[in-house]
Write a protein that binds this ligand. Structure first.
Ligand SMILES: Cc1cc2nc3c(=O)[nH]c(=O)nc-3n(C[C@H](O)[C@H](O)[C@H](O)COP(=O)(O)O)c2cc1C
Ligand SMILES: C=C(O[C@@H]1CC(C(=O)O)=C[C@@H](OP(=O)(O)O)[C@H]1O)C(=O)O
Length: 373
């Protein structure tokens, strides 16, 4: 079973990640990993903190001579934004965990809450995700993402349809990870105007996992369903407020005859459409897994909303901190990582293996078996 833990605070010395259950003998490409960390730092609309940080993974254990050993992998990522002394905060920001965290953990100083609730932690998740992506690649499974909406501006081009994945692969070329240059222009203008007004934006991300085998997840028990596991892992990303599998939202407004993907057979089973997003009854059906998620606007506002000073209980404006105006492009890389982790976890649960050789044997035997059915 794969599992991971992270520790670290936004302005602490370092972030730490521990990833357990990765089979031995997988070649680890540090350039790939560090490029994944870099992808998360990009995106128009992020704060000056991203110019300061140069995220790089420092491996502590579990990798030797460029290969995994089967031992828990642990790593560090340095915080260049480390601060020895942190300003105390008493005016909680609406949309953050500031107030509920301070009450729950009996803290007078909101700083102790926001340091961990901060999405700085997601750098460690991308470290984990990059190792999970490396494992999945050995089985020919890839994960892509792009941004499809920001502040109500929709990227008309390239929203997933069966077979258009080549367009979606171009997302990294865009400063907002949108595969539609017209939408990109409008989105950049919208970010500029939000920034000028001291306001913020959110948006929607689409994720696609390709070459997925039939049979990940199960309907046998509620907590084995793959759609539920994916929803939990994506929803756990700070700011994500909605998760959709396939055409989940639109599907609810249509007739069943327009939604369900008809089944055909020509030497093997196939579908002409993929409205289900590759999952039926909590089980992957062999089609691409398609997930969409929506991030709320960034809660720290330069033009702050009303709040209450926790020391005086008097009306006060919320704390203003250095902050992103938009972080959806970065969140899309975190979402890729969480999807990679969840799929890798299901792969290991179903196929097992202490070395990549054993995993590949188990996996490709199964693929051969199901393809002849
Ligand atoms: C990559 C990334 C960067 C973020 N940057 C900021 C930021 O600069 N300022 C901010 O207020 N929130 C930022 N957020 C969102 C908050 O962390 C998040 O909204 C907050 O912790 C409350 O959690 P919730 O939105 O899940 O309820 C960011 C989120 C992500 C994924
Ligand atoms: C540090 C990162 O994101 C941070 C997430 C974040 C928040 O409140 O979630 C607030 C900002 O932190 P700071 O106030 O130090 O600028 C972001 O920069 C990062 O993504 O690596």
């Amino acid at each position: 079973m794969i599992r991971f833990l992270t520790a670290g605070e936004s302005h602490g010395k370092e972030l730490v990640g521990i990833l357990e259950g990765i089979p031995a003998n997988i070649d680890i490409d540090m350039d790939f990993i560090n490029n994944e960390l870099k992808r998360r730092q990009k995106g128009y609309g992020r704060s000056e903190r991203m110019d300061m940080e140069k995220d790089e993974m420092d491996i502590i254990s579990g990798i030797n001579n460029g290969k995994t050993t089967g031992n828990p992998i642990s790593f560090k990522i340095k915080n260049k934004g480390y601060l020895e002394v942190l300003e105390k905060i008493y005016r909680p920001r609406p949309g953050h965990g500031d107030l509920s965290g301070a009450i729950k953990y009996h803290q007078d100083n909101v700083r102790n809450v926001l340091e961990r609730a901060s999405a700085r932690e997601t750098a460690a998740r991308v470290g984990v995700g990059s190792i999970c992506k490396t494992l999945l690649k050995k089985l020919n499974i890839d994960i892509y993402s792009h941004v499809i909406q920001v502040g109500g501006i929709v990227s008309e081009k390239s929203i997933y349809e069966k077979g258009n994945i080549e367009d979606i692969k171009e997302a990294d070329k865009s400063i907002v990870r949108v595969v539609d240059s017209l939408a990109e222009e409008k989105i950049v203008e919208k970010i500029k105007s939000a920034k000028k007004k001291g306001d913020t934006l959110g948006g929607t991300i689409e994720l696609i996992a390709v070459n997925i085998p039939v049979g990940l997840g199960s309907y046998a028990s509620w907590d084995s369903r793959l759609d539920g596991k994916i929803a939990q892992s994506i929803m756990s990303i700070p700011g994500i407020k909605a998760v959709e599998i396939g055409n989940g939202l639109e599907g609810g407004k249509s007739y069943g005859s327009q939604v369900h993907d008809e089944i055909y057979y020509e030497e093997k089973y196939f579908r002409k459409t993929n409205n289900a997003g590759g999952i039926e009854a909590g089980v992957s059906n062999g089609e691409d897994i398609v997930v969409r998620c929506t991030m709320k606007p960034i809660p720290t506002l330069r033009q702050p909303l009303n709040s209450v000073d926790m020391t005086t209980k008097l009306v006060s404006l919320a704390q203003v901190e250095r902050s992103d105006v938009l972080a959806v492009p970065s969140a899309s890389i975190v979402a890729e990582s969480m999807l990679a982790y969840t799929i890798a976890q299901e792969i290991m649960r179903k196929f097992g293996g202490d070395s990549i050789e054993e995993l590949k044997r188990n996996y490709f035997n199964y693929i051969d078996g199901v393809s002849s059915r």
